[in-house]
Design a protein around this ligand. Structure first.
Ligand code: PLP
Length: 413
């Protein structure tokens, strides 16, 4: 058989990679996930299995392959992925109790847009948290609107009262917790319970926490989305997105991704899977350093407020304590002053780069403007909001860098 599941001699059912799995904890799952189902030989890492074309043995074999389920782990044609992509997808599915499968995309935005297209049709209403990532909003306002899908925004703190926003046309809710830029933690279980009672699909952008800190499907979410570009990849060198769905929505998600021709290259899938193996240790270091720096910032006179889910005064902090097992390396703080003051501080930083994205090993600082992306719940928290991604550098060096930034900005109002 000309497919990718051949075992090297001496492995197979009795080989290490074929051992049946004992239930394991998240740290172990990150190491072993996706390994047993897509055996490509007696190796720890699935090789980069590059292929567009499957060569069939004869016409009968070709015809038989057409009856194979689209998500069978048998190589059919490159657009349906191969062993390298399956290993990554399976590892992510295994991280989410209650999940039926995971599709891969060439970016986080591709994952979000395809997931929404999987569950919406003309005439439907999408409810979106007012704290959503700005390209999610743009996709709704531009693309979805053009196809007759209306988007309405709601207060991220709505909780179970989300049902006040429902109408007979409401078909999906896009959640993001914590919210981009402003870090409100939503009451995901309450929102999902209200939605489920009305047959409304819930989708969550879970990029900040990843399933390592927040198991979305288990908490009631139907479709969990990651910009894998961030913590999964972890090294600022690959763009990737993932959508993990429960049983109810898995077929819709998978069929839509296939119809749209979504595929992640095997090289990028390999790098993402390699990133996943070290994600637990990276996340714990991001968490510890971010907490230290957030506390240091909180003690500065120039800082009005730190927006970090683990801080008691963060909106929705009680939900974070109840539902999450940790916090990652991204948070914001409000500087007492103007946008010019924030720019001067950021410009003076040497270790923090100025750039989009986050989740890599390097620290980044970005001036952010949530007031531009709000409608249901205007942002009134201050003009000079700075978002920090805390990388894996020594914390003392990062604090010294910030200290220089504050000094450089001190004479600016
Ligand atoms: C970066 C990001 C995305 C988009 O991911 P890309 O891979 O950059 O397309 C989606 N959601 C959130 C919260 C993000 O930070």
């Amino acid at each position: 058989m000309g497919h990718g599941r051949r075992h090297a001699k001496g492995t197979g059912p009795s080989g290490l990679t074929q051992k049946s799995k004992a239930p394991t904890k998240p740290d172990t799952q990150l190491i072993t996930g996706g390994r047993s189902k897509t055996v490509t030989g007696p190796v720890v890492n699935p090789p980069v299995w590059r292929a567009s074309t499957h060569l069939y043995e004869n016409v009968a074999h070709l015809e038989a392959s057409k009856n194979m389920p689209a998500d069978a782990r048998e190589f059919f044609y490159g657009r349906r992925g191969g062993p390298t992509q399956w290993a990554l997808a399976d590892a992510l599915t295994e991280m989410e109790p209650g999940a039926a499968g995971t599709m891969l995309y060439p970016s986080g935005v591709a994952a979000i847009s395809c997931a929404l297209l999987a569950v919406l049709k003309p005439g439907d209403v999408l409810l979106m948290t007012d704290s959503a990532y700005d390209p999610s909003r743009s996709f709704a306002e531009g693309f979805l609107k053009r196809f007759g899908i209306e988007t309405r925004y709601f207060d991220p703190m709505a909780g179970g009262e989300i049902s006040a926003y429902f109408c007979y046309r409401t078909k999906a809710i896009l959640l993001e917790s914590p919210g981009s830029l402003t870090f409100e933690i939503q009451d995901i279980p309450a929102i999902c319970a209200a939605a489920q009672a009305k047959g409304i699909c819930t989708l969550l952008d879970n990029t900040w926490a990843t399933p390592y800190f927040f198991t979305a499907i288990e908490k009631g979410v139907d479709i969990s989305i990651l910009a894998a570009t961030k913590y999964i990849v972890g090294h600022s060198d690959v763009m990737a997105g993932t959508v993990t769905a429960n049983k109810k929505y898995w077929n819709k998600v998978a069929q839509t991704a296939r119809a749209m021709g979504q595929v992640l290259s095997p090289d990028d899938a390999y790098l993402a899977a390699r990133g996943l193996r070290t994600m637990a240790v990276r996340l714990r270091q991001h968490e510890a350093s971010a907490m230290k720096i957030a506390h240091w910032l909180n003690g500065r006179d120039e800082v009005i407020k730190v927006l970090h889910p683990a801080f008691p005064d963060c909106l929705g902090h009680a939900h974070w304590r109840r539902d999450f097992t940790g916090s990652s390396g991204l948070f914001s703080f409000v500087l007492n002053g103007s946008k010019a003051k924030a720019a001067a501080l950021i410009d003076a930083l040497q270790l923090f780069g100025i750039g989009y994205s986050w989740g890599g090993f390097e620290s980044l600082a970005l001036p952010v403007h949530p007031e531009k992306f709000r409608s249901a719940k205007p942002w009134t928290g201050g003009d000079a909001l700075i978002r920090l991604q805390i990388g894996l550098e020594d914390c003392a060096d990062l604090i010294a860098d910030l200290e220089n930034g504050f000094a450089a900005a001190k004479d600016i109002a």
